[in-house]
Design a protein around this ligand. Structure first.
Ligand code: NAP
Length: 285
């Protein structure tokens, strides 16, 4: 019996139990799945619990992705590159850290017929998830990656780190409508990685005019999946662009985590439809 969990704070609305449950059901794996509210500073107590109860692994969300680092026996290179872990595998009483967000996004791109290689990527936001996606884009051979953020220094910092690790062409900008429009004019893939437009987020984009400059054929991608089609995506679609929400990323990052828990590769295209259906049911779409 596989024993896994998701921990974080807040955790009530986590989709992880639905997504992992549907995947493991589809794979015919028997499992127990715990959803545990672990507040900041609560990791030592939770880790003791996980070890005492024979837990095989757990996913982490806010605020633990960085705090987990001192407890790890080893960490995979992508998680280490930006010191952010979303998956822990426990083996023989030791904790091993992984980050599956970037591979989740890369697989979601492939699923809708796009890839980073040779593309110009424009990312709005410079939070935790952008660090991993920007690095993945650079490692996959993106022609150029531009990060625009309200706090420009954060975008500059990520660009500096990724450039240093990969030599990629990285650009940082602020978040004004003009700056966004200028960068959109040469974007093959436009990604919203801010919470603007998410259910529960009070702020919205003030304008979507910046999308008028996107080249035809550009993908408009939002990491948000609730609402299922954000205004950002609806505006992209209205201008004739292919769009993708954040649900495929959520599913693929979970399947990549399950590969760690199960110590084997999963045929993701076999299980994806069942997981998507379960997630859509939970989201009422
Ligand atoms: P984060 O670390 O909290 O970063 C949030 C980013 O959004 C920061 O760059 C922040 O700018 C910017 N931002 C916040 N409010 C803003 C506003 N009112 N105007 C302009 N910019 C604003 O979050 P994260 O973990 O990177 O996640 C980012 C998004 O991706 C969230 O919507 C999250 O739900 C989504 N996500 C989806 C998946 C998935 O599987 N689909 C996985 C992870 C994350 P400042 O730096 O200026 O504060």
């Amino acid at each position: 019996m596989l024993k896994i969990a998701v921990i974080g704070d807040p955790i009530e609305h986590s989709m992880s139990p639905v997504v992992h449950g549907a995947a493991l059901d589809a794979l015919g794996v028997s499992y127990e799945y715990e959803k545990v509210r672990v507040t900041k500073g609560g990791l030592p107590e939770y880790i003791r619990h996980a070890l005492d109860t024979g837990t095989d692994g757990f996913n982490l969300t806010m605020p633990h992705k960085v705090d987990i680092l001192p407890y790890l026996a080893d960490i995979d290179s992508e998680a280490e590159a930006f010191s952010s872990v979303n998956t822990v595998r426990i083996r023989d009483g030791k904790l091993y850290g992984f980050n599956t967000d970037a591979i989740g996004y890369e697989l979601s791109l492939k699923q809708c017929g796009y890839e980073f290689a040779g593309r110009r990527v424009v990312i709005l936001g410079a939070g935790g998830v952008v660090r991993t996606i920007a690095l993945k884009a650079a490692m996959c051979g993106a022609r150029r990656v531009c990060i625009l953020n309200r706090t420009r220094e954060k975008a500059e910092w990520i660009c500096g780190e990724v450039r240093g690790k990969t030599g990629a062409d990285m650009i940082s900008e602020g978040f004004s409508a003009d700056e966004i429009a200028r960068q959109c004019a040469s974007a093959d893939i436009l990604i919203n990685a801010t919470p603007l437009g998410m259910n529960g987020c009070k702020s919205r984009f003030e304008t979507f005019d910046f999308m008028n400059s996107l080249p035809s054929g550009a993908l408009v991608s939002d990491l948000i999946y609730n609402p299922y089609k954000t205004e950002f995506l609806a505006e992209g679609e209205r201008r004739g662009h292919n769009i993708q929400n954040g649900l495929p990323m959520l599913i693929f990052q979970a399947l990549a985590a399950d590969e760690q828990y199960l110590d084997r590769k999963i045929n993701m295209s076999d299980v994806y439809p069942a997981v998507l259906a379960a997630a859509q049911k939970r989201l009422n779409v």
